[in-house]
Design a protein around this ligand. Structure first.
Ligand SMILES: Nc1ncnc2c1ncn2[C@@H]1O[C@H](COP(=O)(O)OP(=O)(O)OP(=O)(O)O)[C@@H](O)[C@H]1O
Length: 347
């Protein structure tokens, strides 16, 4: 439930939201001293706000949320079957799909990070095209949301990748027609572009507002099966001085993405930049936003160069083994590179 529903003066509500307390759960999880310090109000005002937030969250959980909790345990066998039946979005690079367990997993938040030019945006565009591959071709027949914080999305590039995707399906159909009766490709590159909902976000406040609005947007556009954020980091690295506040706002945002992924069975892909980190006497590359952020995503894939070749490495996953695979970016999009996957880590 949102902070805006608390019966407070607009100035205090504004202070809470700009300090990153955008939901009742974020308020309920801190002490009155911390809240007073962060929001710059007196401790007795903070105490009153906490009391109000706890009362409202308590009554809303009695009205339904807690009952679903106590209804309780699911059995692990059902969970395993559900997990195995979950659709995955192909990356168009079978080596990469293989180490990802078949592609980018729906119902999860996957972070993909790497140095500039490694191909993060290319992967983002490829996934927003591939999520639309019709079910009869083994795809999801979904739509994509592309949240562009950097201005990197190139519509001409999306068209190229969409054309290649349609051509691949036509080639497959031609082959299948020779041997079986296969369906015709109905989809045109224009349809693919029409099914990418593009949002350009120019500040972190716009980013927070958009993420808060996504639940409603996806409820009205239930075919959305992937949300790409390119990149999650950009505005938060530029405009934030208070690191503790930045961590809190981002953790809240990550939680919202996780909820969306579970509620709508969709994949959330957060593209991230890299930074240098000083450890054990030397500077090393690490994904931006620090260690506390690294707990916010289910899976983490790091992209890196090995000589002239691009590689992807599964850095963190609750279900996939660490592994790396090479990939290449071609005019037609992501594809296998000539060398096969290896188990090496470069970052
Ligand atoms: N049409 C194309 N044909 C072949 N390769 C391409 C094409 N378009 C882009 N690329 C490759 O993709 C690279 C750019 O990748 P991308 O923009 O995804 O990087 P990025 O990781 O998002 O970088 P940044 O962090 O700067 O946004 C180019 O340097 C080029 O190697």
């Amino acid at each position: 439930m949102e902070t805006s529903r608390l019966p407070l003066s607009s100035s205090i509500r504004g202070k809470l939201i700009s300090a990153g307390y955008t939901s009742l759960s974020s308020i309920s999880s801190v002490s009155s001293t911390d809240l007073a310090r962060d929001v710059k109000i007196t401790e007795s005002e903070a105490f009153e706000i906490l009391k109000m937030a706890n009362q409202i969250s308590g009554s809303s959980s009695c009205n339904g949320r807690s009952s679903s909790l106590v209804n309780g345990a699911r059995n692990a066998w059902d969970m395993l079957n559900e997990e195995e039946a979950l659709p995955r979005i192909t990356t168009s690079c079978s080596d990469l799909d293989k180490i990802l367990g078949g592609g980018i997993s729906c119902r999860d938040v996957t972070e993909i990070g790497g140095v500039p030019g490694i191909g993060k945006t290319q992967i983002g565009i490829q996934l927003s095209v591939n999520v639309q591959i019709p079910r009869e071709f083994g795809g999801l027949g979904g739509k994509a949301i592309y949240i562009d914080t950097e201005g990197s999305f190139m519509v001409e590039r999306a068209l190229q990748i969409a054309q290649a995707c349609v051509e691949d399906m036509e080639e497959y159909t031609g082959y299948m027609h020779k041997h079986f009766k296969a369906s015709q490709v109905q989809m045109k590159p224009r349809d693919i572009l029409e099914n990418i909902f593009y949002f350009r976000v120019c500040s972190y406040t716009e980013q927070i507002a958009l993420v808060n609005h996504l639940d409603k947007f996806i409820s009205e556009n239930k075919d959305v099966k992937v949300v790409i954020v390119d990149s999650i980091t950009f505005h938060f690295r530029q405009d934030f001085d208070d690191l503790a506040q930045r961590t809190r706002v981002l953790s809240e945002m990550a939680l919202k993405f996780m909820k969306l992924a579970k509620k709508f069975s969709l994949a959330v892909v957060l593209l991230n930049q890299v930074t240098t980190k000083y450890t054990e006497g030397s500077f090393q590359l690490a994904l931006a936003l620090g260690d506390s952020w690294s707990h916010s995503c289910t899976n983490r894939v790091i992209l890196y160069w090995n000589g002239d070749e691009r590689y992807a490495y599964i850095d963190k996953s609750p279900s996939l083994p660490s592994a790396s695979a090479s990939y290449t970016v071609t005019g037609r999009g992501l594809r296998n590179s000539s060398s096969s996957s290896k188990r090496v880590k470069m970052m």
